[in-house]
Write a protein that binds this ligand. Structure first.
Ligand code: GLU
Length: 181
């Protein structure tokens, strides 16, 4: 079962979310990653297959400092446990980063529509499909939470999402769709 963390505040957000992943390590995972708003006004994604210690080396080498970050430890369901399939995933514009727990059941149908509309994907995950779909909704206007709510109407399955956006620094959006009982 994967771990999800997000933080906005006065402390170094990357350290905070990484420490949260360490606390969730007992749940098991095959890869991990972090996304944060960098000092150049872009999103940096650092992700790695394997143990959190591998991710930690990557983080140490880039010495990030940010007030907003999200982090994920993954149990692969769609696509193998590789660096590229690890979360976070970006939308087509690179303006939003997404981490995700669970399964998007209709991701193949959604993927077909997105490919038809010119989207290209780097990973084999259902998560990247959701990131691009939310990005498309975001382009139509409104806040990040508006876009997530509109996209969620098109996503089937039980899942949790956490996102950050370049356009709305200082905000983390989280959305949970529980399994139907
Ligand atoms: N289905 C997603 C993937 O394979 C999320 C897996 C998870 O919950 O960690 O990347």
């Amino acid at each position: 079962m994967c771990g999800i963390a997000g933080y906005v505040g006065d402390r170094n957000a990357v350290d905070v979310v990484f420490d949260e992943l360490v606390k969730l390590e007992y749940r098991g995972y095959d890869s991990a990653g972090v996304a944060f708003l960098n000092s150049e006004g872009r999103i940096t994604v650092l992700k790695k297959a394997g143990r959190l210690s591998e991710l930690s080396l990557l983080i140490e080498s880039s010495r990030p400092c940010s007030s907003s970050a999200i982090a994920h430890s993954r149990w692969a369901t769609h696509g193998g446990p590789t660096d590229i399939n690890a979360h976070p995933h970006l939308d087509a514009s690179g303006n939003i980063a997404l981490i995700h727990n669970g399964i998007i059941e209709n991701y193949l149908d959604l993927r077909e529509g997105l490919v038809h509309r010119g989207h290209q994907f780097l990973s084999q995950t259902d998560t990247e499909i959701a990131a691009h779909l939310i990005g498309e909704e975001y382009e139509k206007g409104g806040t990040l939470e508006d876009a997530v709510i509109r996209a969620a109407k098109q996503l089937r399955g039980a899942y949790s999402l956490v996102l950050l956006s370049l356009k709305e620094p200082g905000k983390i959006v989280a959305y949970r769709r529980p399994a139907l009982s």
